[in-house]
Design a protein around this ligand. Structure first.
Ligand code: IPE
Ligand code: IPE
Ligand code: MG
Length: 255
């Protein structure tokens, strides 16, 4: 039996994988530990999956690490998460550079503590010239916030006479999102057995393949990532067309 990794068709990899890293709290509770211990262990999964994506040659990996709604969690958990973020960024920037990984952040950074923003900006600057995997951290992020701020910016441009409302298209609209320079994800993974999107990339996931697994985030490793990619590769992506049309297109392009 071939390993899962060996079964992956490297010519048909998703260029952008997005992950809702969920289940840290329950994972810890099941072990009789504090929720923060789950977040702490979740960092090991981040390391492992970032490495796995870089090894495969994935172009973009977006990780949902903290949502706008997560600000409503108990104060102690929020503080612990921010502290963990600062420490992790500080520790891992060197490894990101070693692996040619470029860091990006999407979200409402105005809500983040100043030390976290400074640490992030430093790491973004230090990894800015890297040309390998683009690692996008979604922090203080929610899709409705992102869409509302896009609408606000467009309205201001229209008011100032810089944008003609008639010229707005789905593609030009996407330029006002935090993800303007990234391609849409082809594959979205959510861990921990929750079957929802929780305000994540609502516009960008329009045609993503969705993969849900019961595995809690702290247990998620490269093997689980490979299984998700294999599942993705087993699907027929039709984009509204018929299966026959898709078959013909594949025959024409030879893919
Ligand atoms: C995901 O795990 C991490 C964050 C949302 C910050 P959770 O903390 O949501 O863990 P569960 O879902 O409560 O188990
Ligand atoms: C989504 O997980 C946000 C992140 C993983 C950062 P949540 O645990 O906050 O989502 P809900 O509350 O279960 O929908
Ligand atoms: Mg959760």
């Amino acid at each position: 039996m071939q390993s899962l990794k060996a079964q992956i068709d490297t010519k048909r990899l998703p260029n952008h994988i997005a992950i809702i890293m969920d289940g840290n709290g329950r994972w810890a509770k099941e072990k009789g530990q504090d929720r923060l211990y789950g977040h702490f262990q979740g960092v090991e999964s981040v390391r492992n999956i970032v490495e796995g994506c870089a090894e495969l040659g994935i172009g973009y990996l977006t990780l949902y690490a903290f949502s706008t709604e997560n600000w409503g969690r108990p104060r102690q958990e929020v503080a612990g998460l921010m502290e963990l973020l600062v420490q992790t960024i500080r520790k891992e920037t060197e490894t990101l550079n070693k692996n040619n990984i470029k860091l990006h952040v999407i979200g409402d950074l105005e809500m983040m503590p100043a030390d976290a923003v400074n640490e992030l900006n430093e790491s973004i600057a230090m990894t800015g010239k890297n040309t390998g995997l683009n690692l996008v951290m979604a922090l203080s992020y929610s899709s409705r916030w992102e869409l509302a701020q896009a609408a606000k910016r467009i309205a201001e441009e229209v008011k100032a006479g810089k944008t003609d409302p008639g010229s707005i298209t789905p593609d030009s609209f996407a330029q006002y999102l935090c993800t303007a320079t990234f391609p849409d994800p082809e594959l979205m993974i959510r861990t921990s057995g929750e079957y929802r999107i929780s305000n994540f990339l609502l516009y960008q996931l329009a045609y993503a393949e969705l993969y849900f697994t019961e595995v809690r985030w702290p247990d998620f490793r490269k093997e689980n990532l490979y299984a998700a990619i294999l599942d993705y590769q087993s699907r027929e992506r039709r984009f509204g067309k018929t299966s026959e049309q898709i078959g013909q297109e594949i025959n024409l392009t030879g893919n």
